[in-house]
Design a protein around this ligand. Structure first.
Ligand code: COA
Length: 159
């Protein structure tokens, strides 16, 4: 079933413990589940709910250290993909990260690198970053997901 959402007819909120099962279902259907380690939990996650149905239409996680954030596990419900919703939600990220005291948000992508540029992020040569927190993450990906090395791109959203 195709669900139509009106512009901005969604609400981003911090995930609660009771949202975790629905988040896992969304991560499963968006093929993002394999990066959630055994002890994954809701704590760094945000959910986006459609205001009318109150259903979760998107989830993502922001991990952070000091004022640097790393965006992970950004997934849009399958039947809603390709309708501009991901971009509208991503366009709210500057406001969101500002509200939690971050001034930079990094992302890595090999599934949808073109999406991130369209969503307002800048591509980044990871060697050009001085942020240790991000460099550790990039290093972790290089070591643990070498199969995606050819397609992987890094992005940053600067406030
Ligand atoms: C990738 C994803 C988040 C995009 O959200 P979406 O709502 O489907 O994307 P939108 O409809 O807002 O697309 C915005 C733009 O990005 C482009 N885009 C979307 N998905 C893309 C993809 N997988 N590859 C390349 N470009 C993509 C669209 O063509 C569109 O371009 P336009 O502005 O020129 O028309 C969503 O499809 C998804 O959850 N996919 C599965 C999980 C995933 O890959 N997550 C990303 C992990 S890094």
């Amino acid at each position: 079933m195709k669900i139509e959402l009106l512009q901005d007819n969604f609400k981003i909120e911090k995930a609660k413990k009771e949202d975790w099962n629905e988040i896992l279902i969304l991560l499963e259907e968006t093929n993002l589940i394999d990066r959630i380690l055994g002890n994954g939990n809701h704590k760094n996650f945000y959910i986006v709910k459609a205001i009318d149905t109150k259903k979760i239409i998107c989830c993502f996680a922001i991990f952070h250290k000091d004022n640097i954030g790393i965006l992970k596990s950004f997934g849009i419900k399958k039947e809603l993909q390709g309708q501009g919703i991901g971009k509208k939600i991503a366009n709210k990220l500057p406001e969101l990260i500002k509200s939690v005291g971050l001034n930079k948000l990094y992302a890595a992508s090999w599934e949808a690198p073109d999406f991130w540029e369209k969503a307002g992020f800048e591509e980044l040569d990871f060697n050009a970053s001085n942020d240790c927190y991000f460099l550790e993450y990039a290093d972790y990906l290089e070591k643990n997901y070498p199969q995606f090395l050819d397609n992987r791109k890094y992005f940053v959203l600067n406030l």
